[in-house]
Design a binder for this molecule. Structure first.
Ligand code: XBP
Length: 246
């Protein structure tokens, strides 16, 4: 087998989490006495900037939102947003997307390492993995690269470069699963082939460089559809299919 690892994005790919991120931002704004509200269309635009702290900074700079909080205040506000988000995740507010658990189980059974490359805070990733896979959830991943572990977030390739370096692999050895044009650019920048699963906030355009675009990864009772690119899934994306396209 030429495929030596899989790398998963988190938000929109492992689970549809962005709506909960959005409402957690709004709750944190309200608790801080700010009159800001991010509705869905606005949040869709703001997602162009990855990373929660960076998104708030860009909102202040590009939308002229007041008060113009400094970086310390933004970090505090974001920390509260993260607490609100992780609390809701722990209470079961989000679940894994179709096919994710199946593909991870398949990878584990054949000893294929799986890593994570995300711009989201490590606390938020941990909360999702704990809620989805139980207390040992984190152990099934060979490496988790999250949040501020690199200075430049997606679409820069840095987070993928970091994962490759830690796995001791080259871009051609792995496949990434992503849901956004920013994620696709980041992985491609690191020389990695990408499968896109379309998500609520990931958009429908900008995926020309993906190997294939699916509606989700597919399960026996819930087959996936190929929306763009090569038809490799046949209702369900398997490790064998991923290995076969290389
Ligand atoms: C998605 C993001 C994140 C989340 C919010 O990351 O851009 O910023 O919207 O998370 P990915 P934080 O698709 O790489 O998983 O508030 O924790 O930054």
């Amino acid at each position: 087998m030429s495929l030596r690892a899989l790398i998963f994005d988190v938000d929109g790919t492992l689970a549809e989490t962005e709506e909960l991120h959005r409402t957690s931002f709004n709750e944190a704004f309200a608790q801080a006495g700010l009159s800001w509200t991010w509705d869905r269309p606005l949040y869709g635009e703001l997602l162009e900037v990855t990373g929660g702290k960076e998104r708030i900074t860009s909102f202040i700079e590009r939308h002229g939102a007041t008060p113009a909080l400094d970086q310390q205040a933004i970090a505090r506000l974001h920390q509260n947003k993260t607490s609100l988000y992780t609390g809701a995740v722990a209470r079961g507010a989000v679940s894994l997307r179709p096919g994710v658990r199946r593909l991870l189980t398949e990878a584990r059974q054949i000893g294929l390492p799986v890593a994570i490359a995300t711009t989201t805070s490590r606390e938020s990733v941990n909360a999702l993995l704990h809620a989805s896979f139980g207390p040992d959830g984190l152990d099934q991943f060979a490496f988790i690269a999250a949040g501020d572990s690199v200075p430049r977030k997606k679409p820069a390739p840095d987070i993928y470069d970091l994962v490759l370096q830690r796995l001791g692999l080259a871009g051609r050895d792995v496949i990434a699963i992503e849901d956004t044009p920013n994620g696709l650019r980041a992985a491609r920048g690191a020389g990695i082939d990408v499968i896109i699963t379309r998500s609520l906030f990931g958009g429908e355009v900008g995926f020309e460089e993906a190997l294939t675009v699916l509606d989700h990864l597919g399960d026996p009772s819930n087959p996936c559809r190929t929306l763009q690119g090569r038809n490799i899934a046949n209702g369900m994306l398997t490790i064998a299919a991923l290995d076969g396209i290389r």
